[in-house]
Design a protein around this ligand. Structure first.
Ligand code: GDP
Length: 480
């Protein structure tokens, strides 16, 4: 472990120049942004009259999320659903229609608050949690931060339009996250609606719906006319049963931040989704890098509640600062512990930002050695080519490279220039983008720079395949 001189000085509340002087006396000529190792830092700190307490990742994060539950304590929990699909296919309308028709409280005309997620009731009385931000941007940016929120994706496809580019993107995102898809064929009220065309389009994306003999549930709906909404909820419930979703409600709460804002009257407000345990008013917690004590919990109807169990979205008031969407939270047993964790995370956050400024990047080679360490043998790729023929030829060639130990996993392959969406997908899955005879647009280049995604350009297929092969062979364990 290392630390910059600036950071060490900050933490001791000393001037950096004094640290540099002390190091000089010990024969080390260093500048403010140079790093020193933990032992040197400890010597310097002690000399300057500070008591040193080293905090490691394990000290802070251990036991926070790690502890596994006894299977006997697991109880069924509601599924968490994200709605995705092409723009204007009716994602927002569908979310609104379900909310209006099926609010859990059953209060007709009851006021619903937009807090980032809400709960609805399926016909059998079971609760379903919907993430209230449609589209794959939110889904993917959370996933890029390591947060798994969604159990199920409802893919909305307008029956008058069929499968469109963002439909395909949504399919790729759901697949990359290994989240099952339910298809909602929307706008069936329209005279020009052609649901069978949607089914055929989906077939081309390797999605075989039930009515065509496959196992992807499909429901024809109209968000506008509120047609078949109950059928859709039933399908979600059915799919959720297969997944056997459970959580232990009787433990300190943990979960994920869905939205967060600074409210003029109420201070920092975070909508969190409890993933296990039960969150109570009065609990001490750390939310991302922000410590706090739960002053109030507010549900999706704007009502003040005392506690929230697994898969329940709830607004938390009482945090010291505003966390970020995708941050994790956990209840801890003391203020001191909350502060310790939050200090540690604030520092990590600063270090991450600094490292980014220094152009930290996952290169193809780095990625392969990382994968090797993790003992994983899948090599995630996003492929873009100039024509369909090349794209297919490359996918076929990469398929052939696979062995029992390692294989390429093409998260998405498409035709056309590299867009920001390709980069978000790659970032979320730690993938490299392979570009064959295509370029990246400006937004994509900027996003790749920001997220540290590598884009490799090729104009000869076997060069591309050779590179992947070389990187993959570094992954293979030596044969004896
Ligand atoms: P989003 O971009 O996917 O969130 O789509 P919106 O929910 O904003 O819907 C786009 C447009 O389609 C709006 O003008 C909606 O009124 C319309 N729309 C949505 N659902 C239906 C439907 O079931 N039938 C018809 N006829 N129009 C719909």
């Amino acid at each position: 472990e290392t630390i910059t001189i600036q950071e060490l000085a900050n933490r001791m509340a000393e001037r950096a120049v004094d640290v540099i002087k002390l190091l000089m006396q010990q024969g080390q000529m260093l500048k403010i942004n140079d790093v020193i190792d933990a032992d040197t830092a400890e010597i310097i700190a002690t000399e300057m009259g500070h008591t040193v307490k080293r905090v490691s990742e394990a000290d802070v994060e251990e036991g926070l999320y790690g502890a596994d539950d006894d299977p006997a304590d697991l109880k069924p929990r509601p599924p968490v659903v994200t709605i995705m699909g092409h723009v204007d296919h009716g994602k927002t309308s569908l979310l609104d229609a379900i909310r209006e028709a099926n609010v859990v409280s059953g209060e007709a005309g009851g006021i619903t608050q937009h807090i980032g997620a809400y709960q609805a009731k399926a016909p059998d009385g079971q609760v379903i949690t919907f993430i209230d931000t449609p589209g794959h941007e939110a889904f993917t940016s959370m996933r890029a931060r390591g947060a798994k929120v969604t159990d199920l994706v409802v893919l909305v496809v307008a029956a008058d339009d069929g499968v469109m580019p963002q439909t395909v993107e949504a399919i790729n995102h759901a697949r990359a996250a290994e989240v099952p898809i339910i298809v909602a064929i929307n706008k069936i009220d329209k005279p020009e609606a052609d649901p069978s065309r949607v089914r055929n389009d989906l077939l081309r994306q390797d999605i075989v719906v039930e009515s065509m003999g496959g196992d992807t549930l499909e429901v024809e709906v109209s968000a506008l006319k509120h047609l078949n909404l109950e059928k859709l909820l039933e399908a979600i419930q059915l799919q959720a049963e297969v997944l056997e979703l459970t959580a232990n409600p009787d433990r300190p709460a943990e979960g994920i931040v869905i939205e967060a804002k600074l409210d003029k009257g109420r201070g920092p407000v975070a909508t969190v989704l409890v993933q296990r345990g039960t969150l109570n008013v009065g609990d001490i917690l750390v939310c991302g890098a922000e410590p706090g004590k739960v002053r109030a919990l507010v549900d999706d109807h704007g009502r003040s509640i005392q506690s929230a169990g697994p898969a329940t979205p709830v607004e938390v008031l009482g945090l010291d600062g505003t966390p970020e969407a995708g941050d994790r939270f956990a209840v801890v047993d003391s203020d001191a512990r909350a502060r310790e964790i939050s200090d540690y995370r604030q520092r990590k956050k600063r270090e991450r930002l600094q490292a980014r400024g220094g152009g930290a990047k996952t290169s193809l080679e780095q990625m392969m050695s990382q994968l090797k360490e993790q003992g994983r043998a899948e090599f995630p790729l996003v492929l873009k080519a100039d024509v369909q023929g090349s794209s297919e030829a490359i996918v076929a060639a990469l398929d052939k490279l696979g062995t029992d130990e390692v294989g390429a996993r093409v998260l998405s392959s498409g035709v056309g220039g590299i867009t920001e969406s390709d980069v978000t997908l790659a970032a979320a899955s730690n993938a490299v983008i392979l570009a064959f005879n295509v370029r990246a647009n400006r937004q994509a280049r900027e996003a790749a720079e920001r997220d540290g995604v590598e884009i490799r350009y090729y104009n000869v297929i076997y060069h591309l395949v050779d590179d992947v092969k070389a990187a993959m062979s570094g992954l293979l364990s030596p044969t004896l």
